[in-house]
Design a protein around this ligand. Structure first.
Ligand SMILES: [Zn+2]
Length: 300
């Protein structure tokens, strides 16, 4: 499933050539891709004729600001891709569910074999009405995340985004100390921290030397600071390398290019291989159909 670095890779790529363009036409061939709308026509009529003012991100969501104040949100789900056409004759990939024809340049296609991803248009709440914002997100000390939550009520529940919100370590400590949840479950809970999933949780916890199963309230100050630092470092590095593309998954950027960060994974998908720090074999446990990879010596 695409996580923050993969979604940011897609966002940054689209922001380079889609901002300022107008959606001339939109074709929806699978209504499930726009399932929050009563009909596909409803979605189509909102976006057609609209220009894209900016493209931002919150958690695993890409937010296209439209010129009438509406926001089109894309969530890639398990296997969603936003792809540019490679020319006027470029055939549509299998599982293309939505096609945006722009006033100039390539088409934008939403492709999603497993159909867990979605697109929807969010309209601002009436004047004077504010959405209920996540109590964790309110611990942010700055950044653009709050404006996005207020503008897109459907995203107001999202917890702190490691880049869109300014997170200081002692605010993170407040969250960890208020919960008894196991660390991996806590940092992958989108309502607590938005954007981290299975791969990056394992990499962050390895980097911080913290075991996935530790109750968050049991972390020492030093451990919390290490998790805080690891979160920023790992996610920044992963963005720099355009995310992770695994053998069995489909992540590619809008030009069809895979990510490179899988080459730098320290634990994820490395069961039985030696730990880079201590040479002990990396272990794997499976819980709720999700694998967790960790070093039994370096993580406590
Ligand atoms: Zn180790």
């Amino acid at each position: 499933m695409p996580e923050l670095p993969e979604v940011e890779t897609v966002r940054a790529s689209l922001a380079r050539d889609m901002v300022g363009k107008k959606i001339k036409a939109c074709a929806v061939t699978n209504g499930r891709a726009v399932r929050r709308h009563a009909t596909a026509k409803d979605f189509r009529e909102y976006v057609e004729g609209r220009s894209i003012k900016s493209i931002t991100r919150l958690g695993k969501n890409i937010v296209f600001a439209l010129d009438d104040g509406g926001k089109m949100v894309a969530h890639l789900g398990m296997s969603g891709q936003l792809l540019r056409s490679k020319g006027p004759k470029d055939p549509k990939p299998k599982h293309t569910h939505v096609v945006f024809t722009m006033n100039q340049g390539p088409e934008l296609r939403f492709v999603d074999p497993r159909t867990f991803g979605e697109l929807f248009v969010s309209r601002p709440l009436p004047e004077g009405v504010s959405p209920e914002v996540s109590k964790y997100a309110r611990l942010s000390i700055g950044g653009d995340g709050m404006a996005t939550r207020l503008a897109v009520p459907e995203l107001a529940h999202l917890g702190l985004d490691p880049f869109e919100d300014a997170i200081v370590w002692d605010r993170l400590a407040t969250i960890f100390r208020s919960r008894t949840t196991e660390m991996k479950a806590l940092i992958t809970d989108q309502d607590v921290l938005a954007g981290i999933g299975n791969i990056y949780a394992d990499e962050i916890l390895y980097n911080a030397g913290v075991l996935y199963s530790r109750p968050s309230e049991s972390l020492s100050t030093i451990e919390i600071r290490r998790v805080h630092r690891a979160m920023t470092e790992i996610l920044s590095e992963a963005i720099k390398h355009h995310g992770s593309t695994l053998d069995d998954e489909q992540f590619v950027d809008p030009d069809g290019k895979p990510g490179e960060y899988q080459k730098f994974h320290q634990v994820y998908n490395r069961e039985g291989q030696p730990c880079g720090q201590c040479r002990a074999p990396i272990e794997r446990v499976v819980s709720k159909q999700r694998s967790t990879f960790f070093c039994p010596k370096c993580q406590n």
